[in-house]
Design a protein around this ligand. Structure first.
Ligand code: NAP
Length: 239
């Protein structure tokens, strides 16, 4: 099994890609700490649910401490939680800007800052954060979201340098999905989704498992020489 005995935290694990990843990681032998702002129930006893909002720094500190006390370590952090509040900039409210920045960008900062001391102490670990093709190429109506997803790439490369100093072997990578069928894209009009599917070389949308499989590779020791990278999972949407 590819994650045997690893303790993995996944944020936004209540639905979509995060939930699929939690189930996949558990199947691959991991103890999964599945965090979400909403409620979630899982069949697999290796998945432990924690109700956690990635904007709540006090609660993050509490959960991370509890996880280390209970499970002894943290091997993997998957910063998967993310939201959209789309509008053209002329119509984007300050509240929508702030909320998306707080969850998608500051949430990744909050989680990583809380977890990395334990990884540094252990001298190893893998951090995977979810960016998007939108963070690289932009998208109409997504000023806030694109800013966060581009910011994740900057943080990923910075941390790949910072966390590898003094002999530490902490790898930090990002995944940039294209358009994936999840509750998030249910809000997107079918006409746009069909257009996006047509634009991809593979002529279809992606499935949550296809992103989760890349999380799995980056979380596992199979990617032991991969760090500071942004891996596209977009069916060839953008090349
Ligand atoms: P999703 O189905 O909406 O799942 C996101 C999960 O994050 C939900 O369970 C949500 O909970 C949770 N969440 C929201 N705010 C949170 C917070 N403050 N703290 C903790 N959890 C929170 O979306 P998805 O499509 O699986 O997206 C997963 C990641 O992939 C996101 O970062 C997204 O930006 C990225 N992504 C997705 C696509 C795509 O096409 N689907 C493309 C590129 C990138 P609630 O449902 O209770 O709010």
């Amino acid at each position: 099994m590819r994650l045997q005995d690893k303790v993995c935290i996944i944020t936004g694990a209540g639905s979509g890609i995060g939930r699929t990843a939690a189930e996949l990681f558990a199947k691959e032998g991991a103890t999964v700490i599945a965090c979400d702002v909403g409620d979630a129930v899982y069949d697999d006893p290796k998945i432990h649910f924690y109700k956690l909002d990635v904007t709540d720094r006090a609660k993050i500190a509490e959960v991370v401490k509890e996880v280390v006390e209970k499970f002894g370590k943290i091997d993997v952090l998957v910063n998967n939680a993310g939201i959209t509040r789309d509008a053209l900039i002329q119509k984007m409210t300050e509240e929508d800007w702030d909320r998306v920045i707080n969850v998608n960008l500051k949430g990744v900062f909050n989680m990583t800052q809380a977890v990395v001391p334990y990884m540094l102490e252990a001298g190893k670990g893998s951090i995977v954060s979810t960016s998007s093709v939108v963070g690289i190429y932009g998208n109409i109506g997504q000023t806030n979201y694109a800013a966060t997803k581009a910011g994740i790439i900057g943080m990923t490369k910075t941390w790949a340098k910072e966390f590898a100093r003094k002999g530490a072997k902490i790898r930090v990578n990002a995944v940039a999905p294209g358009f994936i069928r999840t509750p998030m894209t249910e809000k997107v009009p079918e006409k746009i989704l069909t257009e996006m599917a047509e634009k991809a070389s593979l002529k279809r949308l992606g499935e949550a498992i296809e992103v989760a499989n890349v999380y799995l590779f980056l979380a596992s020791d199979e990617s032991s020489y991969v760090t500071g990278q942004v891996i596209g999972v977009d069916g060839g949407l953008i090349m």
